[in-house]
Design a protein around this ligand. Structure first.
Ligand SMILES: [Zn+2]
Length: 388
């Protein structure tokens, strides 16, 4: 079997940026060794840029890919949600073709594993081709306690279909049933989700809009208007007088790993509360381009970093983003928060993401035996090319 030796100007191991390191792999990209250039011997392929393990996209909605460009920017979250749920007139072929194209785009952009939110089985056929690793987050939504059991049964039916696809194809992959957002899940549905014993990795849209905190504090504002507009009865909801995250983070189990997505209106106190409830693994996912698209706001990432969070990166869907590119997300963070160095950003996009999706045995860093994907990034982090 042939080996390959790669040396670029710099190499990101998954944890740090190094120089003068040579990556040795087999022809399929399985890492055999990482050695100083002086010990690498003959046959080194010289490259210009930064070698990096493949990117992990911790938050996507592949099934919404056909909605690219349909919803205008800066509508705010509740208007955005209203438009997503009210635009349903697409034919199956259009949806399927957009999924194929969007996956191809992720592959081109160096993504190797995806945490993908699913409300339908529309993505199953493409996922069965095994081109990317997927953890399928089957989303449960239901604000009416009376239909909690029915909503959960629906999610479980979808879950079984994804599980069956994985079993039939023998592909690696994960599945769990997750709450959509704190404001869209009744207590009864929460309990069913949390108690579901197969749920090890959970994910939730968290504090994407200020209205979410206002809803929990006082049951007023944009979220209240949204429910009225949707004709959803919220009579049974009692405000907690606290922020959203402070109101619900205790619900997750101690053996569950949670990816909190967005965190645009998350405070230091919120993080302290979330980290004080004994969770072993809390990950905080940033999708800055979607935040810009929907509300033109960004999370206060440096402040959140001071709380010792584990950040990961997501693209969200093409309904709220112009592209599915982790590098484009890193670029946006870098532009707004230039104090955050490239080594940290790349950590979030690789090793942290692999931990969040529990795939660090294969992905996230250049360590012997892994097959993490090999990317060549331009030195200014503006371009990505797949090497293997
Ligand atoms: Zn999302």
């Amino acid at each position: 079997m042939g080996t390959r030796k790669f040396q670029a100007s710099r190499l990101f191991t998954g944890r740090e940026l190094t120089k003068q390191q040579v990556l040795i792999t087999d022809e399929n990209g399985i890492v055999l060794d990482l050695v100083p250039a002086s010990e690498a011997g003959q046959g080194i392929e010289p490259l210009e840029g930064i070698l990096s393990p493949g990117f992990i996209n911790c938050h996507c909605h592949l099934e919404l890919s056909h909605m690219r460009g349909l919803i205008p920017e800066h509508t705010g979250l509740t208007e955005f949600l209203f438009r997503v749920v009210s635009q349903r007139q697409f034919d199956k072929e259009e949806i399927a073709a957009a999924i194929v194209q969007a996956e191809e785009e992720m592959i081109r952009n160096g993504i190797v594993a995806v945490g993908d939110i699913c409300n339908t089985v529309d993505t199953i056929a493409q996922k069965a081709a095994g081109r990317l690793y997927y953890h399928n987050f089957i989303e449960a939504i239901g604000f009416n306690p009376a239909i909690a059991a029915q909503r959960f049964a629906h999610s479980k039916m979808l879950y079984e279909q994804f599980r069956t696809m994985l079993a039939d194809t023998g592909l690696p992959g994960g599945c769990s049933i997750v709450p959509h957002a704190p404001y869209s899940v009744a207590d009864e549905l929460w309990q069913l989700i949390i108690d579901y014993s197969e749920n090890k990795i959970l994910s939730i849209h968290n504090q994407e809009t200020a209205a979410e905190n206002e809803w929990f504090r006082s049951k007023t504002g944009d979220m209240d208007n949204f429910y009225k507009r949707m004709n959803i009865d919220t009579g049974f909801f009692q405000p907690t007088g606290k922020t959203s995250l402070a109101s619900y983070s205790h619900r997750f189990g101690n053996d569950q790993s949670v990816i909190f997505v967005h965190n645009v209106h998350t405070s230091a106190d919120d993080i302290a509360i979330a980290n004080d409830t004994g969770h072993r693994n809390n990950f905080f996912c940033f999708c800055p381009n979607a935040n810009r698209y929907i509300s033109n706001q960004l999370p206060d990432i440096p402040m959140l970093m001071d709380q010792h969070i584990l950040p990961v990166i997501g693209t969200d869907s093409l309904a709220s983003n112009h592209q599915l590119s982790i590098l484009a997300e890193l670029k946006t963070i870098q532009q707004h928060y230039p104090s955050i160095g490239p080594d940290l950003l790349l950590q979030w996009a690789t090793v942290n993401g692999a931990k969040a999706l529990q795939v660090e045995k294969q992905y996230g860093s250049f360590e012997k035996g892994k097959q993490p994907g090999i990317l060549l990034l331009s030195d200014d982090l503006t371009a990505v090319k797949r090497i293997l």
